[in-house]
Structures are given as structure tokens and as C-alpha cells.
Design a binder for this molecule. Structure first.
Ligand code: BGC
Length: 287
């Protein structure tokens, strides 16, 4: 077990800005994949709150999507749900058809859908490898390609945004931090980094901005075992200098900014929102 070298203090709970931002995404149309739980859900709600119309993509839904639609409508924005597996091309095409039928176009894509199928490397099946690459990497490719087609067709609409379109890829600290026992996942996120950068490079002249968010440990169902018991949480905190686990809203706040014109000169970069996980915390006393 790793020793927690951080002082025992009453660190603040997750913390939100004291002043609400206004409708900085008013008039924009957003598509968020994997949006019925965790980070995707928080991002979809935050974009809706900031004034964007939102297509909530999901694979499974226990009634959450209906509640989210209600909440977003309560903010004065429009919302629809659409079931599609982002790794299946026909389903992605059908989703974009629904997007264009309902909202006419797309301004913001949040490529969020992602899965983990963890296994020791020498026991990893091809099915576990493939499932993760299919959803986490191929899914982002398919959704980004369709968004870019529409961004290029339509171009900049100055009254809506400085850019012709924005793509936000949900990556991970594991685009740079190797992760034993999760080789498929880390490989997919390393791939997402080059997918994001290469699209950003190719599409910048068309005023299409492409960036990633690299979340650290965010309290969601995907990493339940890492925070569910006090022992697990204690061990997790040895990896987080900021000494708290993240919450989905920590990521949603970054997504709203990256989708807005406040970040108009930002393209081709990953913003790590990780409480310092990528700062090699093991070196704070050693090396
Ligand atoms: C993974 C989580 C993990 C976190 C930090 C994320 O990308 O999905 O399971 O807790 O990285 O290791």
C-alpha cells in the first residue's frame, strides 16, 4: 500500500465558482456522447444550462435521459435523447440525421463515450482489447468525422460563434500516464491524443477547434472500486496532490469553457483536470 504523504487537514469539498456564468453558449447546438451518466451527463447538463441545445446520446438508460431533458428545458434550452453505439457507423449516421432534423446543424461535439474492460495484460482477450478500442477510439473518430463534414459545409456563422465548430474529446490522464492492468484503455486514450491533435492541425484553417480534456480520478461508476471504500479512497488520494477526488462538474466546467468563444485561440491541446495527478506526485518527496 502506498503511504499518503499529504498532511491531514480538512480540505475543502468539491468547489464551484461563486458567480454563475451566463448563457455563453446561447444559440449553439451540441451533441454529447455517452451522456446518460457520469462525466457525460454533467457535461450535457452544463452545456444546456449555458444555453446550448443538446442531443443526449446514450446506450443504456434507466429513465435518467428523460429527467435530463426536463432539467435542460428548465434552463430554457432544447434537448433530445438518442440511443446509439458510437462504435457502429450506421448508428452514428442515424444519430447525426436525428441531430440535423431536430436542430438543423451542430456547433459542439463532446466525444465523451468511453468504457473500461480491465485485465492483467497476459490474460487480456482480444474481445476486451477490441471493445475498448472500438468505443473509446473508433467511436471518437466516427463522431468527429461527421461533425467536421457539417462544420466545413456550413462554415462560421458569426452571430453564433467565432469558430465553425468545436470538438472536445474526453481523454484521460492515461493519455500520458501508463496504466498497468488497463493496457487497452491507456492505448485508446493515447490514440485519442493523436486523433485530437491531428484533426486539430488539419482543420484549424477551417476555423474548427479540436481539444481534449484529460480527467483524473472523477467519482463516477467507471472507477467505483477506486473510491467506494475508505481504504480505496485513501490509497487513491496518494495519487492526487489536490487531495480530493474529482466530481463530474469539475470536468463539465472545463467543457463549457472549451466550447465557448472564451477559448477561441485554443486548439490542439489537452487540458488536464486532475487535481495534479499528472504532476508525478511520487516525486514530491523522492527522486
Ligand atoms: C479512468 C478511471 C481512473 C482515472 C485515474 C480515468 O480515465 O477511467 O477509472 O480512476 O482515469 O486513474
Amino acid at each position: 500500500m502506498v503511504r499518503n504523504i499529504y498532511p491531514k487537514k480538512n480540505y475543502p469539498k468539491p468547489c464551484m465558482p461563486k458567480v454563475e456564468h451566463s448563457k455563453i453558449l446561447k444559440g449553439q447546438k451540441a451533441l454529447v456522447t455517452g451522456a446518460s451518466s457520469g462525466i457525460g451527463k454533467a457535461v450535457a447538463l452544463a452545456l444546456g444550462k449555458a444555453g446550448a441545445s443538446v442531443l443526449i446520446n446514450y446506450v443504456t438508460d434507466d429513465g435518467t435521459v428523460e429527467e435530463m431533458i426536463k432539467e435542460i428545458k428548465g434552463y430554457g434550452s432544447q434537448a433530445i435523447g438518442f440511443q446509439a453505439d458510437v462504435s457502429k457507423e450506421p448508428q452514428v449516421l442515424a444519430m447525426y440525421e436525428a441531430m440535423f432534423k431536430k436542430f438543423g446543424t451542430i456547433d459542439i461535439l463532446v466525444n465523451n463515450a468511453g468504457i473500461q474492460r480491465d485485465s492483467p495484460f497476459d490474460q487480456m482477450t482480444l474481445a476486451q482489447w477490441q471493445a475498448v478500442i472500438d468505443v473509446n477510439l473508433t467511436g471518437q473518430f466516427l463522431c468527429a468525422r461527421e461533425a467536421v463534414k457539417e462544420f466545413k459545409r456550413r462554415g462560421v456563422v458569426e452571430s453564433v460563434s467565432c469558430a465553425a465548430g468545436k470538438i472536445i474529446c474526453m481523454s484521460s490522464v492515461h493519455e500520458v500516464i501508463p496504466w498497468g492492468g488497463h493496457v487497452n484503455y491507456a492505448s485508446s486514450k493515447g490514440g485519442v491524443m493523436q486523433l485530437m491533435k491531428s484533426i486539430a492541425q488539419e482543420m484549424a484553417p477551417f476555423r474548427i477547434r479540436v481539444n481534449s480534456i484529460g480527467p483524473g480520478a472523477i467519482k463516477t461508476p467507471i472507477n467505483h472500486d477506486a473510491w467506494a471504500t475508505p481504504e480505496a479512497l485513501k490509497s487513491l488520494l496518494t495519487l492526487i496532490p489536490y487531495q480530493r477526488i474529482g466530481i463530474p462538474e469539475d470536468i463539465a466546467n472545463v467543457a463549457v469553457w472549451l466550447a465557448s468563444d472564451y477559448s477561441d485561440y485554443v486548439t490542439g491541446t489537452t487540458i488536464f483536470a486532475d487535481g495534479g495527478m499528472t504532476l508525478y506526485p511520487g516525486f514530491s518527496t523522492g527522486g
